[in-house]
Ligand binder design. Sequence first.
Ligand code: UTP
Length: 408
Amino acid sequence: MTYADAQKKLAAVSQEQLLRFYDQLTDGERATLLQQIDRTDFSVIDNFFHHEKLDGKGRTEPIGGLRLADIEMRKEEFRAAGKAAIRAGKVGAVLLAGGQGTRLGFDGPKGAFDIGVTKHLYIFEQQVKNLLEVVEECGAYVPLYIMTSDLNHDATVAFWQAHGYFSYPAEYVRFFVQEMAPAVDGKGKALLAEKGKIALSPNGNGGWLSSMRKCGLLEDVSRRGIEWLNAYAVDNVLQRIADPVFVGATILSGCNCGAKVVCKSGPQERVGVLCLEDGKPNIIEYYEMSEEMANLRDEKGDLVYLYGVILNYLFNVRKAVSVLGSKIPVHVVEKKVQYVDEAGNIVVPSAPNAYKFETLILDMVRLMDTCLPFEVVREKEFAPVKNATGTDSVQTARALLEKNGVEL
Ligand code: UTP
């Protein structure tokens, strides 16, 4: 792209400030900036000005799902179906590890965080250990696709290599890189991270399947005969991956996807809630839920909107690929973003100062038309590492790991 082309592209979206320091750049920096401008989709910024209404689109109702007692009764039937699918190579896993983990404040990929106390135990390592239990139970490896972003790709791959893939065979592990989106200030102007570099952030975890397609991995999925993909977050150290009972229950339910859920600990718990909207599965984020809805109880005294999602979903590949072109909402998220001010000084903010644009995997569930909520025991499967201290932190996750017999 030439300078004139860049000017034209930016003028069309009122983002000419990105060329403010062009005269001060070296030839190499100029080329990098022009390439970034060429590759960046600025149309996402429209969402800053025209907030899509993300909730209350239709009639909301509770969704029926499998509670622990239901699962217990049919456990062996589900397990047999899940094991058969895994043995037949029909199940793959997708680790969503492209996030920035800003709340944890760890300088590196979140999965490289050492949760150990007396010995090293990295988050990636603990998750692979969990997956290896399934491999052993089923006698087959589960192909693992790992999503990274431009910001952590090299570090993530190097970390896996340095640790011998945590004993998982390398031929079953593939990495792919998600897309980035510009971050804007309070006026909707894209920020510069350096004089010659746009401030770009990973564009959320909702684009994992389209990123897999762009990176050519859907061919790998189809070549291997994978029919189900289990997408999960890097930041739950008790994550059960390709859990045969969950896989079997979802397949036997005839639903296009399954979601592991925990029963909300109370009306105020900050988790997305799985429900039905106009007859389709839908996840309402805790901040989008009215007080009334959050507090609604049935005749037994249970919360009506009970199922909190833990970012562990099983998607039918054929259905998911068929809805790939469908639009999902772009969420505008307030974050701390380092930037260059008008005078050319680098500013390191101490409070959120910018807005990022993210699509979320939870919005994909609606497109799947049908979803099976599958309850799991919170203390056994949900130990999120979001913050350095306090709720959902390194301390709480360590305590839960120990409760589950993991030596730290
Ligand atoms: P979070 O919503 O906790 O975001 O991600 P984050 O970026 O990791 O953390 P904060 O908000 O900056 O502290 C939930 C899961 O989705 C993945 C994360 O890696 C995590 O597994 N994710 C998030 C992506 O893969 N890509 C993204 O763009 C965002």
